[in-house]
Design a protein around this ligand. Structure first.
Ligand SMILES: [Zn+2]
Ligand SMILES: [Zn+2]
Ligand SMILES: [Zn+2]
Length: 339
């Protein structure tokens, strides 16, 4: 993500801020200009309605709905703010969702609400004990996230149980929206190229998942997939790879915004140029993005270890996965150049 500044005093501002910490100006994020504006320069109805609940700091710029910002206009089912337990979790979900929308705009992907167009996106944030037995997932543009996922203790228990190296709310959003854009990006004219990389998605999805949960991933899955779950079905492989592409792009954009560069000549950074990490959204070559990301994640993991934390990017990308990420890069580059 980019870095932002206070519109009044230019002090750095974080993406989630509602107020400048130096001059105390109240600010709103404008997703169209990728910058913060002073609320005193805006009309009251320029602010997203969810600002009053303290779960959004965006203006309605670029939104198709009058009252809500582009990110909040995609919400369909959310907890009642009076349900304090549910609201607490919703509050944790929104920053991740807003980051997702920021990135979808960067990738020049279409974003519209299912409430206005049948093939749009809708977010349902549901509790587990509702009647229909909700699960986190995607179906026809509806992205369901279980509120319990927003409980960090519960999420960590699941992560351990499922033997996952990484489980975050942002990761969930990136994965699930990957299913949505698969539907949007592929049809009979271009599906063959996708099948050649990810396999034939026409194999029975339900059976494939059952089989995965019963028998686990194939041995040596890590030579072909980014995660064990990616090996369950071509759709999951796509969504997992897509999420990783988004991880790499966002971390690299952040490094670029901070002017991070590498000068080490020794392993493992030996192949790196001395230039600043590139802005990935302006980089045509996936190899450049990838090489910079390898160095960056290596550095970031080392920083985390210096603080006694686990790696921020606990993955190794084998050749087969590189090809998948490169394919996604090409699909998105072609898509943004024609739209
Ligand atoms: Zn300021
Ligand atoms: Zn909003
Ligand atoms: Zn999935």
């Amino acid at each position: 993500m980019k870095t932002f500044n206070c519109p009044n005093c230019q002090n750095p501002i974080f993406f989630e801020n509602t107020q400048c910490e130096k001059c105390f100006t109240h600010v709103s994020y404008n997703p169209m200009t990728e910058s913060f504006e002073a609320n005193e320069q805006l009309q009251p109805n320029d602010l997203c309605k969810n600002q009053s609940l303290n779960i959004c700091n965006w203006s309605v710029a670029g939104s198709h709905q009058e009252n809500f910002c582009l990110a909040c206009s995609l919400n369909r089912e959310v907890p009642n703010p009076k349900d304090l337990n549910g609201f607490d979790k919703w509050e944790n979900l929104e920053p991740a969702k807003h980051r997702l929308i920021y990135q979808l705009l960067k990738l020049k992907l279409p974003i519209f609400s299912k409430l206005e167009k049948e093939n749009g996106i809708a977010f349902d944030f549901l509790s587990e004990n509702n009647k229909q037995k909700a699960v986190t997932g995607h179906a026809n543009g509806v992205i369901t996230i279980l509120l319990s996922e927003a409980d960090s203790v519960h999420r960590e228990v699941l992560r351990k149980q499922m033997n996952e190296p990484y489980r975050t709310l942002l990761g969930h959003f990136r994965h699930e929206v990957g299913h949505y854009y698969w539907d949007l990006l592929f049809d009979e004219n271009n599906i063959d190229k996708c099948r050649a990389i990810f396999g034939d998605e026409r194999i029975n999805y339900g059976e494939a998942l059952q089989n995965h949960y019963k028998n686990g991933a194939p041995t040596k899955w890590n030579e072909n997939y980014i995660s064990e779950y990616a090996s369950s079905h071509p759709w999951e492989d796509w969504a997992e790879s897509w999420a990783h592409y988004l991880h790499l792009m966002d971390t690299l954009e952040t490094a670029n915004a901070f002017g991070v560069s590498f000068k080490l000549k020794k392993y493992p950074l030996k192949n790196l140029t001395k230039a600043i990490c590139p802005n990935p959204y302006e980089t045509t070559s996936f190899k450049t993005i990838f090489d910079s990301s390898v160095a960056l994640t290596c550095m970031a993991n080392s920083l985390n270890r210096a603080m006694g934390l686990s790696d921020i990017y606990p993955f190794v990308i084998p050749k087969a996965v590189y090809k998948k990420l490169n394919f996604i890069h090409n699909v998105l580059s072609n898509y943004s150049s024609i739209s």
